[in-house]
Every structure is written in structure tokens, then in C-alpha cells.
Design a protein around this ligand. Structure first.
Ligand SMILES: Cc1c2[nH]c(c1CCC(=O)O)Cc1[nH]c(c(CCC(=O)O)c1C)Cc1[nH]c(c(CCC(=O)O)c1C)Cc1[nH]c(c(C)c1CCC(=O)O)C2
Length: 329
């Protein structure tokens, strides 16, 4: 047995003092996302400490609404704040043709990272999935219940479909451009996939991601696509079977034995250490890491967290995690 490859969602971030220093020098969070030199620097920071097997582009899923002409801001302690879409007229006014030129700095960041990475380290590009990005655009930020977005999806499906179609096209083009610039795999983050009933999950999570995978594969057939339908529960199986992703990222709640038996025969699995184990550390973290390695580490597997690392994780716990994965035989 060789140790599985690993990287961590949000591996560049506030738990690292060097990130906080660069972030403070950059101005706003979006300024950092659009500054190729500094975005490349923060992408590489966690790799210098922990030598992950992959780097993930430093950016955010909300650069797409920003590129489409919606106002996006990140307020200290509040998370993202967007000017919420109010209806069909706002959807029609989205600046679809603006996306590639607006996101040029991000593509330059990709090229810079690629040029700085050793050959053996993979570069992962990413974007948000249409459903999750739509929730931010309609709610105007984070949400507890996604009520407005669901009202659009259930009660005004034609308008909602028009928005989803725009996001499918813009996001696939963006992923293709990231691959053109040097990304060697891409991940589609559907962080709020888990709040929908079955029928709507198929329509608003599975179908748009399937359309995106088809578009990306038409241009780059061999570049792996990782899907992350966080919270999909039992629907992880149909997602893995039907959407066309090469790998599926498992959230923290997915039972390991079930994943080994049902999902791993279909696709490569990635996951799923609870990020809070990285905060509490100690023997409980060690046991959780070992269970994941022992259950999933003998099949096609990438070690990761079940969601993004939190600012409270002590960097030495991440070092302990990296050591433990590398010691797996
Ligand atoms: C839902 C979502 C967002 N962004 C993202 C998602 C999907 C994954 C997930 O569910 O966590 C994805 C994302 N955001 C960021 C990355 C960078 C790459 C990485 O290291 O993984 C990635 C892949 C940087 C970031 N994106 C953000 C930060 C923190 C901003 C800061 O430094 O002040 C970072 C490092 C801001 C952000 N961006 C978003 C929120 C809700 C927030 C505020 C919450 C927070 O502050 O952690 C939207």
C-alpha cells in the first residue's frame, strides 16, 4: 500500500498566519482574488508547509456573479454580500459575454501557479455549481433556509432555469479557460446541494453539473472532474452513477463502509475528515484519520476534508494529519 494523495479544501486560508499577512496587504478579499502575484503566493503557502499532492487555485466561487455584473463584497465577519436578483429582468441583464475578460487575472494566476509548481504537484482549478452560486445571487449572501431560491426553483422554474443555464455556460467556459491556462483537474463545489428534495436535486444539482461535465469533456476529455454535492446523502449514488464526474468528494456525514461498497466501485472518492477534527486534534483526530485510510485507502481515493478547513485549526494539527497520511501502508 502506498499513501493516498492528499490536499485540503480551503488549504489556503485564515488558519495560516502567512495568509493573514498577505490578505491584509492585498486590500479587499476580491482584490486578493484578482491579484495574480498575491493569489499565486497564497496558493503556494500551504504547500511550503505540508507538501500536499495538489495545489488548488486561490479564488472564490463568487467571482462568477461578480463577472456577470452583480455587486459582490466580502464584509468582515459577515461573509459575502451580494445585490440580490429580483426577477427575470435582472437575469436577462446578466453580462454573459463579460466573463472571460473579467476573469483574465484569475487565469493569469493559474498560469503563474502552474509555472511555480514542481512537476509532481497537481494544479486543481474550480468553480461553484450553478445551484450553489444561484443561492448566493438570489439570497444576496449566505442563507439559513434558501427560501427565496427555492421559491424561484419551485414557483418560477422558467426564470430559474434561465439563470441556471447562464451559470452552466459561464462556469463551464471558465473551467475550460482554467484548464487552457494550466489546471490539471477541476472541482465543482455544490456546497448547498443537500437542501433539495429528490426531484429538485436531480433537476437543479445533477442536470446542470452533468451539462457542465459534458461541455468540459468535449474540449478536454482526459482532465478529471471532481464533483462535490455536499449533503447529497443517499443521492450520492445516483450522482456518482449519472453525472459523469471522474471523482466525487464526500462530505463528513457519508458513512465510510457505505462509500467503499457503493461509491468507490463507480468513481474515485475524495474526503471526508470532519474539519473540526483539525481544530480539536489529538487521539480522536488520529482515530478518525485511520478509519478513513483503512476503509477507503485501498481503492481509488484522494484524502481530503468533508468541507473546508476552518480558521480555528492550529497549523500543527494539519502537520500531524499530513504525517499520518504519509505513514499509511
Ligand atoms: C460556498 C463557497 C464560497 N467559496 C467557496 C465555496 C465552496 C466551498 C465551501 O462550501 O466552502 C470556495 C472557495 N473559497 C476559497 C477557495 C480557495 C481555494 C482553497 O484553498 O480551497 C475556495 C475553493 C477561498 C476563500 N473564500 C473566502 C475566504 C475567507 C475570506 C477572507 O480571507 O477574509 C477564503 C480564504 C470567503 C467566502 N467565500 C464564500 C463564503 C461563504 C465566504 C465567507 C466565509 C468565510 O469567510 O470563510 C463562498
Amino acid at each position: 500500500m502506498t499513501p493516498p494523495p492528499f490536499w485540503l479544501m480551503r488549504q489556503a486560508g485564515r488558519y495560516l498566519p502567512e495568509y493573514r499577512a498577505t490578505r491584509a496587504a492585498a486590500g479587499s478579499f476580491l482584490d486578493l482574488c484578482y491579484n495574480p502575484e498575491l493569489a499565486c503566493e497564497v496558493t503556494l503557502q500551504p504547500l511550503r508547509r505540508y507538501q500536499m499532492d495538489a495545489a488548488i487555485l486561490f479564488s472564490d466561487i463568487l467571482v462568477i456573479p461578480d463577472a456577470l455584473g452583480r455587486s459582490v463584497a466580502f464584509k468582515q465577519g459577515e461573509g459575502p454580500v451580494l445585490d440580490p436578483l429580483s426577477g427575470a429582468a435582472d437575469v436577462e441583464a446578466l453580462l454573459v459575454s463579460n466573463v472571460r475578460s473579467h476573469l483574465k487575472p484569475v487565469l493569469e494566476t493559474v498560469s503563474r501557479i502552474k509555472a511555480s509548481l514542481p512537476e509532481k504537484t497537481a494544479l486543481i482549478g474550480f468553480c461553484g455549481a450553478p445551484w450553489t452560486v444561484a443561492t448566493y445571487m438570489i439570497e444576496g449572501g449566505s442563507s439559513k433556509d434558501y427560501a427565496k431560491t427555492k421559491e424561484w426553483a419551485y414557483g418560477r422554474p422558467a426564470v430559474f432555469q434561465a439563470l441556471i443555464d447562464i451559470l452552466v455556460e459561464a462556469s463551464s467556459d471558465y473551467l475550460i479557460a482554467q484548464i487552457d491556462a494550466g489546471a490539471e483537474a477541476v472541482q465543482i463545489f455544490d456546497s448547498w446541494a443537500g437542501v433539495l428534495p429528490e426531484e429538485e436535486f436531480r433537476r437543479w444539482v445533477m442536470a446542470p453539473i452533468k451539462a457542465m461535465v459534458e461541455r468540459v469533456k468535449a474540449v478536454h476529455p482526459t482532465v478529471p472532474v471532481i464533483g462535490f454535492p455536499r449533503g447529497a446523502g443517499l443521492l450520492y449514488e445516483d450522482f456518482a452513477r449519472e453525472v459523469g464526474c471522474d471523482a466525487v468528494s464526500l462530505d463528513t456525514t457519508v458513512p465510510l463502509d457505505w462509500a467503499a461498497r457503493v461509491i468507490q466501485p463507480l468513481v474515485t472518492v475524495q474526503g471526508n475528515l470532519d474539519p473540526i477534527h483539525l481544530v480539536s486534534g489529538g487521539e480522536a483526530m488520529d482515530r478518525a484519520i485511520d478509519r478513513i485510510l483503512n476503509t477507503l485507502g485501498r481503492g481509488p481515493f484522494v484524502f481530503n476534508l468533508g468541507h473546508g478547513i476552518t480558521p480555528a485549526a492550529p497549523p500543527e494539527h494539519v502537520a500531524r494529519l499530513a504525517e499520518r497520511i504519509r505513514a499509511f501502508r
